[in-house]
Design a protein around this ligand. Structure first.
Ligand code: TRP
Length: 342
């Protein structure tokens, strides 16, 4: 008997397509960057969320086992923050092989020069000092196939992904120009905090993670991470005036502490040298932990029911595939690609 039932069939809503490359568990930066938008918009839009396992192979094709593990973690992370599988469709990228057909058509439309000029690709190669595979250089083209395969209207993403969405829009326009109106031109949507600073004070929290607070961290781990968190290095005593800007502890307070008066009070006292790091960190721990408690609970619900989690993923992937099959069929017709065998 099917325990899981999707609520909305045949809805005439606009579509969201978004997702994550499963290269590690998701963190609080993902939450403010994109997850929060997905959760908020899932009732307004027909929402599809992909677990981008094919993308993950572009980082290292030998890591199948690790990728499968991470796919499951990222899946749980999405459910944990409030993606409702009866409302949104969360699916496995490789479960829709038609996406890869679309990818191969799009590959012919993008010049080599354009592919290597994409700032998202370029920055990541430099930052991680990669010797990139072809799959890595072309991941924005695969991403375009993910998005256009659903004719998505809106793509909630982190700020670092904006150039990828720009390239998707270009592909859609070029295709429409060559073969007639086929694709919707999608828009990107960035969350309320575009880029969350790492616990080590580095510009960005990273998915592979030493400087990240994970959505799945337990209380003890959270406490340790906040305790060890980088603050203002020029401040030696609690009576020294401290810098609030670019201080991770205050960035997190601003993003996650709902008590705005408390945050303003701490900021003012910090600037004047009237509060120690200890108090600021303890208050952050309380706020962060309150935020994470219901997320941990929901995660545990699905962790304890792996057969339900699996059934949802199978059914949702089937439903998602139907949408893509229809659109790819239209693409083949527009291109008249099967003319000689029809
Ligand atoms: N490249 C995205 C990331 O690393 C993940 C992704 C793959 C994606 N396909 C997508 C995001 C389609 C939005 C839409 O975060």
């Amino acid at each position: 008997m099917l325990k899981f039932q999707y609520k909305y069939m045949n809805q005439n809503k606009k579509r969201i397509l978004t997702g994550d490359t499963p290269s590690g568990r998701l963190h609080i930066g993902h939450y403010v960057g994109t997850l929060e938008n997905r959760v908020k918009l899932q009732h307004e839009y027909d929402t599809f969320i992909l677990l981008a396992n094919v993308h993950a192979f572009a980082n290292d094709y030998r890591k199948s086992e690790e990728i499968n593990k991470n796919v499951y973690e990222v899946y749980l992370d999405n459910l944990a923050v409030g993606i409702d599988p009866e409302v949104s469709t969360i699916y496995l990228e490789s479960g829709i092989p038609e996406t890869l057909e679309l990818y191969s058509y799009f590959m012919t439309m993008v010049t080599h020069a354009r592919a290597i000029r994409n700032p998202s690709v370029k920055d990541e190669i430099n930052y991680k000092k990669l010797d990139p595979s072809m799959g890595f250089i072309c991941y924005p083209i695969l991403q375009a196939a993910d998005i256009l395969g659903f004719n998505a209207d809106l793509v909630p993403v982190g700020e670092d992904q904006l150039p990828v969405i720009e390239q998707t829009r270009e592909i859609a326009r070029d295709f429409n120009k060559a073969y007639g109106e086929t694709f919707v031109i999608p828009s990107a949507k960035v969350g309320r905090v575009a880029r969350l600073i790492g616990t080590d004070g580095k510009l960005k929290m990273s998915k592979s993670g030493e400087n990240a607070i994970l959505l799945s961290d337990d209380e003890e781990t959270l406490k340790k991470k906040i305790h060890a968190c980088y603050t203002d290095p020029s401040r030696i005593h609690a009576t020294d005036p401290g810098k609030v800007e670019e201080n991770p502890i205050f960035e997190y307070h601003k993003a996650f502490n709902p008590n705005k008066d408390e945050v303003t009070d701490l900021e003012n006292r910090y600037r004047l040298g009237k509060v120690g790091d200890k108090e600021v960190k303890e208050k952050l721990f309380v706020a962060m932990n309150n935020f994470l408690v219901p997320i941990r609970e929901k995660r545990k619900f699905y962790e304890d029911r792996p057969e339900i989690a699996k059934e949802i993923l199978i059914e949702s992937t089937k439903r998602a595939r139907k949408v893509v099959i229809e659109i790819v069929e239209k693409v083949r017709e527009q291109m008249n690609i099967n003319k000689l065998i029809k």
